[in-house]
Design a protein around this ligand. Sequence first.
Ligand code: AMP
Ligand code: TRP
Length: 346
Amino acid sequence: MNEAVQTSSTFTPRVFSGIQPSGNLHLGNYLGALKRFVDMQSDELQTLYCMVDMHAITVWQNPADLQQATRELCAGFIAAGLDPAKSILFNQSQVPEHAQLAWVFNCVARMGWMQRMTQWKDKAGKNQQNASLGLFAYPALMAADILIYHATQVPVGEDQKQHLELTRDIATKFNHDYGVDFFPITEPVIEGAATRVMSFRDGSKKMSKSDPSDASRINMTDDADTIAKKIRKAKTDPDGLPSEAKGLEERPEARNLVNIYAALADKTVDQVLADVGGKQFSEFKPMLADVAVEKLAPISTEMARLMQDTSEIDRILAHGAQQAREIASPILARTYEIVGMVGAGK
Ligand code: AMP
Ligand code: TRP
């Protein structure tokens, strides 16, 4: 048994999260996830952030596009403020322990658990028989991503809550079935003013890269004019802004824009409304556009600069994968040993 592997009474806090390299980063990814990753980066805490390319291929990805998107996502991580000297930044497929632990978890998780996942139901749609087996098993791979590092905290947007509950269920069942206290029960970190950024066209739908309308979202690669134009055209209601959060109930579009402003400006919704209560959207939207451009434009400029040297990005990913494997490999060996696999733990 490897002495470096901890049991749950002694888990040191460790942060893990991932984003799929499938299309452009958008404002929802930034406020719900990436900005929160940066906020959690600290000298006291080990942070691992992953481009989850194996999750991306659960639906068809053109190989050349996947490569480009993975490097671009890494550039986005760094441009947003993640520092490869402080956080381990890496690509999922370069750390084979994720897939190896996922297989064990495929044998722990139950079909019924997977069938209840709303993301599975949404993504598979009416034609479940034709969806990939990987799309169905996706949450077991996600649990493996987290638990292969014994991660204790996982910053994500609201839409990932159910998957994190399933991660806890898998850890609990594994510990129970094998009579061990080996995997930690992970805490989701769903915080900030914008944990669920909604579409600019329809306040009842989340902002998403798969929405066919480009006007529904702000992409991290949009230039200042495009950002301002999309905000100007964002759907709102005819009323002005309230001075208290209560006044945003039943007003999803208005609430969304206020949440976005608060998250970008690092303020609470109450602080924002104390300043802008009583204004019309014709006055508020240009303020929102200003703060969005001020915060997002430098990120997209830096992303473009980093993408000019993809060999440097590949070097960062290779180094990150090596650091990640040092943590993952003893945890996988111990897992195999617990399960009863001969030759494990050597
Ligand atoms: P994905 O692009 O699906 O890999 O999502 C990466 C991260 O972004 C996850 O933590 C999601 O919860 C988060 N995310 C995606 N869309 C949104 C949204 N509209 N609002 C807030 N967070 C989001
Ligand atoms: N499923 C997440 C999403 O689509 C991405 C993801 C994969 C992830 N593995 C993870 C997020 C582990 C947090 C932790 O957004």
